[in-house]
Design a protein around this ligand. Structure first.
Ligand SMILES: Nc1nc2c(ncn2[C@@H]2O[C@H](COP(=O)(O)OP(=O)(O)OP(=O)(O)O)[C@@H](O)[C@H]2O)c(=O)[nH]1
Length: 571
């Protein structure tokens, strides 16, 4: 089976596809890398932001609880409190302390039995709080008591937007003798924690759905989004925070959404004056990554546009780079197909790049050399043809002429006689053949030698030519035989007249090299009439027979052959 040879792709297609594929693959690789690294980066950035926010919240909570602890320690150490004999003295100190930090909702001092001895605004004085955890733990030393709703004070304090919730800090009061005198306790309004959270959550963070949660070890949300407070949660971030870790992660929450969550823990488990809470700052993943998603689509579109532009640029560049090669290859194809350009100018001189320039120059010079060779060959061919024609003419002349006399020979006669006959028919003018044979020529040869005989033949030929008209043809057949063709005869009798004119001319003496000789001639005359058949052989035969007749009649005379129609009649 014949296999069609595979046609390789054009250089421009090859380069264009190659460059476009490279650009495309590079763009895809870049997009994949950008997608991977930038998404990771965006996610890490968001997580770090949430983690930092949780740290800020943690630090603020720790600071306030510590501050409360310091304040309680300071007050419990004051001599006015330790040696107080009048509740008013202690109350004035406590009121002063409250003014320094309005979120101290209530500060009070008990006696050893747990009865309020003095308090801010004398609120709850003489009330028994011995069962309250802050009193119980405060007797032991500086202690913090976790978030709890207000019991007794809830009714006494002014109404607030949220129900009163407290965090308590308490410390024992020792008399000058070192004996316990009671406990000082501070009820820290939870509003403070809400304010800290509100301050940390900037409008931008709120807009992107960031939320701060403060959660107790049992999972109860102390502070958080509406609807979640005082409800329990259980998340990985919560577990990690209470395990003492801090960081951020992506996790699913009970509401079915995925959040990025920063987590940390407040307080110090070894310090009873501190409070342990988990601080979680969460943001829905969709909003946290919204900026990145927008950016991703922008990058994708820009990449596509850039890729398209680059591919177009690459294709244009490839076309520009390969155009010179294409021009050259097309030109070579044209030449190879045989439709060669006329000259060197048809091969363009290309300057696209060095290789193409070198190639085009080489091709131009090759073509120039080829053109010169062709011209030389053409010239040589012309010369050869001219020489052949010359030689052919010479050979033709040689073949057609008698070497001794230079007159046309038998071959020439055979060639020209038919033409003469055709002319006679065409022009309706008769022609004639004189068949002439010298008389006594053999004797000249025998007596004076062959050279003298040759000379005689030359002079006889010349004399016949000189006697007849220039338009008449004189040929030497062989030996001492000559034939004269007479054309355009006005009448058939003119042939006889010419023969009679020849006889005396040939009888005149011939001056040879060494001798002067005289010969005669016998001439047979045959006339061709325009209506005669075109039979050259018959015409010659009639002339020949007439010549023999002249010989037979005594030589040195003419003999007229019968006309063709007469000869036919005789036959
Ligand atoms: N010198 C010379 N002689 C030739 C040439 N060709 C033929 N001859 C001679 O010419 C002679 C011709 O013979 P013939 O025509 O019989 O001789 P002739 O003496 O003319 O006889 P008739 O015709 O009967 O008068 C022969 O002796 C040939 O040898 C030639 O080229 N040169």
């Amino acid at each position: 089976m014949l296999r069609t040879p595979r046609i390789p792709p054009r250089l421009s297609s090859f380069v264009t596809v190659g460059v476009c594929a490279t650009v495309g693959l590079t763009m895809l690789a870049m997009l994949a890398l950008i997608n991977h690294y930038a998404a990771n980066y965006a996610s890490q950035e968001a997580e770090l932001r949430l983690q930092q926010l949780s740290w800020q919240m943690r630090d603020s909570l720790n600071r306030v609880v510590q501050q409360a602890g310091s304040d309680v320690s300071l007050v419990s150490g004051l001599s006015q409190v330790r040696q107080a004999s009048d509740p008013a003295e202690v109350r004035s100190v406590l009121d002063n302390l409250q003014t320094t930090f309005p979120d101290y909702a209530w500060i009070g001092m008990t006696d050893n039995r747990g009865v309020i001895y003095a308090s801010t605004s004398a609120m709850l004085e003489q009330a028994d709080v011995s069962a309250r955890p802050w009193f119980q733990s405060g007797k032991e030393g500086l202690r913090a008591v976790d978030y709890h709703p207000a019991l007794l004070l809830g009714k006494l304090l002014p109404k607030a937007a949220d129900p009163w919730r407290f965090v308590d800090v308490a410390a024992p009061v020792l008399g000058p003798d070192g004996e316990a005198r009671g406990v000082i306790g501070v009820h820290l309004s939870w509003a403070w924690a809400r304010r800290v959270a509100a301050n940390l959550l900037t409008p931008a963070l709120k807009e992107y759905g960031a939320e701060i949660l403060v959660v107790r070890r049992d999972g109860t949300v102390l502070l958080g989004p509406a609807g979640m407070e005082e409800k329990k949660i259980a998340t990985t971030s919560l577990t990690l925070a209470f395990a003492g870790a801090t960081g951020a992660l992506t996790e699913d929450w009970a509401d079915g959404r995925t959040y990025l969550t920063g987590y940390t823990r407040t307080g110090d488990p070894a310090d009873p004056a501190s409070l342990e809470w988990a601080v979680l700052v969460r943001q829905p993943e969709a909003t946290a990554m919204a900026g990145w998603n927008t950016l991703k689509w922008q990058i994708l579109w820009i990449s596509l546009l850039l890729g398209g532009a680059l591919a177009w640029l690459a294709a244009s560049l490839a076309r520009k780079l390969t155009r010179p090669m294409n021009q050259l290859s097309r030109m070579m194809e044209t030449r190879a197909s045989g439709a060669a350009p006329a000259d060197v100018a048809a091969i363009p001189e290309v300057y696209g790049f060095r290789e193409a320039q070198v190639l085009s120059k080489a091709m131009r010079s090759m073509l120039e050399v080829e053109r010169q060779h062709t011209r030389t060959l053409e010239r040589m061919n012309e010369q050869l043809e001219a020489k052949v024609a010359e030689r052919t003419a010479e050979l033709h002349a040689l073949a057609m002429s008698d070497t001794l006399t230079g007159l046309p020979n038998r071959r020439a006669l055979m060639h020209m006689l038919p033409q003469a006959l055709k002319r006679a028919v065409r022009l309706r003018r008769s022609c004639a053949v004189l068949f002439l044979d010298l008389d006594g020529f053999k004797g000249i040869n025998d007596n004076y030698g062959h050279d003298e005989g040759d000379e005689l033949l030359r002079q006889v030929g010349a004399r016949i030519v000189a006697t007849v008209r220039k338009t008449d043809m004189v040929a030497r057949l062989a030996g001492d035989e000559f034939v004269v063709i007479l054309e355009m005869l006005p009448t058939p009798a003119d042939a006889e007249a010419t023969a009679l004119k020849l006889l005396p001319q040939l009888r005149l003496p011939f001056a040879l090299a060494n001798n002067v000789v005289s010969v005669g001639a016998s001439i047979g005359v045959a006339v061709f009439m325009p209506e005669d058949p075109l039979d050259m052989a018959a015409l010659l035969a009639r002339a020949d027979q007439a010549m023999y007749q002249a010989k037979a009649d005594g030589k040195n005379r003419i003999s007229l052959a019968p006309l063709a129609r007469e000869a036919l009649a005789l036959a």
